[in-house]
Design a protein. Structure first.
Length: 186
């Protein structure tokens, strides 16, 4: 579980220390009707169990030495990564563009999982799902595959059985160099 970032992802992670070089990806899904919030949470929870990287954060090496690595977030809660925005009206194109821009330009919390989901909709009519990910988590093609894994395309399918999907575990969240005894000199 504590695998280092590959060189490209490590560069994307590091470059973002300059906020003008953010590598955020925002996918916008237009849905024909509102979603059931409990079902959406269930589907997202199932996806984070099937794709452990969605329940991980990036940990830098001690004293900035070594390649950052992925580590499981021990107190991960799906509700921390999903926002529901209720609207009295069907979302307008202007609202969708405004939210997309805000999500794309906002900093991703580098201490948590590198994704979030925002739902915009009312009690009827179209709704919108925004998925925001850091580029070190996935690329464009991988993002499409991620969306496919997250969302059930069948309207009448039963919720996913979370009991069949184990929670990702990690022995430690320490960086491999720290485990090996490399520490910062004072």
């Amino acid at each position: 579980m504590n695998r280092p970032l590959n060189p490209t992802d490590a560069a994307l992670w590091d470059i973002e220390r300059d906020p003008t070089l953010r590598t955020t990806i925002v996918a916008v899904l237009h849905l024909t009707r509102p979603v059931n919030s409990a079902r959406l949470l269930n589907d997202l929870e199932a996806t984070t169990r099937a794709i452990p990287k969605l329940r991980q954060r990036v940990v830098d090496g001690p004293a900035g030495i070594g390649t950052p690595h992925w580590a499981v977030i021990p107190d991960f809660a799906i509700a921390d990564y999903v926002t529901f925005i209720k609207s009295a009206h069907v979302p307008s194109d202007e609202q969708i563009i405004e939210i997309s821009q805000e999500l794309a330009s906002a900093e991703i919390d580098r201490t948590g999982a590198l994704w979030s989901c925002t739902y915009l909709g009312g009690s009827r009519g179209r709704s919108v799902l925004f998925l925001r990910v850091h580029h070190s988590l996935t690329d464009g093609v991988g993002g499409i595959e991620l969306l496919d894994a997250m969302l059930d395309t069948e309207r009448k399918s039963p919720p996913r059985d979370l009991g069949e999907l184990p929670l990702p575990q990690s022995d430690t969240s320490a960086h491999p160099l720290a485990i090996a005894g490399v520490t910062q000199k004072c």
